[in-house]
Unconditional design. Structure first.
Length: 287
């Protein structure tokens, strides 16, 4: 089973119907972007995780891309409205910041994918993620943690990580919280960088995974390298050069992710001490 966290869209903006007495009631998934065929899968109702975010538990569905509609009421007195902003690549929650379908889009490969294509694309996504994780010195997948029995600094914005007396040395996000009878709370957290929510990380991983597929000798999983010309006799082939950094279509570089790097601080090296008795230290050197 997969999960999907949805931010409702209404009147061209993200909208939270909860404070006005509204609710997010249903998600329907379709196999085509027209959303006019049979409903492939449905999930209802949604659970409000935090301000503006509602979670659906999705039934098991065939791997692939789906287009969805979310039905919700903006307020207690309003009629239901339909949000058609949903496009999902299933399954979710596999530890990948990009999907095989996103790599296929970058390559111009039509959907649905074959099993061989999906396996290859997932492999290259993981390879690109490993490069990014090594450069950033951190994992791209956060860790789910529950902290129990803590008292917030304030109670009017419990979605704010700063509301909780936590001593963390990494990025943290409040997923949800529950009040206990004694006035304390249990808080569910995601700790660490969530690469799937960082557009720069997703773009880098998908672009480099697609380029790695393009350069593979086995072309059964995607298009070959870009050919610019072939001699009349077929004895030589020229390939298009990759756009250079700064040009449109160029691959993103690792330094585009610099703001996400985890720096490792080390004490500054100290200048060498003068030999005793001129040094201020109390250690005596003996011959």
């Amino acid at each position: 089973m997969s999960i999907y966290d949805h931010k409702p869209m209404w009147a061209g903006a993200h909208y939270d119907p909860g404070p006005a007495g509204g609710e997010v009631t249903r998600l329907d998934l379709y196999a085509t972007p027209e959303r006019d065929g049979p409903v492939v899968a449905s999930a209802a109702p949604a659970v409000r995780l935090r301000a503006g975010v509602y979670r659906f538990d999705l039934p098991t569905a065939t791997q692939g891309r789906y287009w969805g509609t979310v039905t919700f009421t903006p307020s207690s007195a309003a009629q239901p409205v339909t949000d058609t902003s949903v496009r999902l690549d299933l399954p979710t929650g596999q530890g990948l910041v990009g999907s095989p379908e996103a790599v296929a889009d970058a390559l111009g490969v039509p959907l649905p994918l074959t099993s061989a294509q999906r396996t290859t694309y997932e492999e290259e996504i993981r390879n690109a993620q490993a490069d990014v994780a090594a450069y950033l010195n951190r994992s791209l997948v956060p860790t789910a943690t529950t902290v129990r029995g803590i008292t917030p600094h304030w109670t009017d914005a419990l979605d704010d990580i700063d509301a909780w007396p936590l001593h963390l040395n990494d990025i943290a996000e409040v997923v949800t919280y529950r009040a206990n009878p004694d006035g304390t709370y249990d808080v569910d957290l995601l700790i660490g960088l969530n690469g799937a929510q960082e557009e720069t990380v997703v773009r880098y991983v998908v672009a480099h995974a697609a380029e790695s597929v393009r350069q593979r000798p086995d072309q059964s999983t995607g298009p070959a390298r870009r050919v610019s010309s072939v001699s009349a006799e077929g004895q030589s082939v020229s390939y298009e050069s990759t756009p250079t950094i700064g040009q449109a279509g160029a691959l993103p570089t690792l330094n585009s992710l610099n703001r996400l790097r985890r720096l490792v601080f080390q004490p500054l090296s100290r200048p060498p001490r003068a030999p005793w008795p001129y040094s201020s230290g109390r250690t005596r050197r003996w011959r």
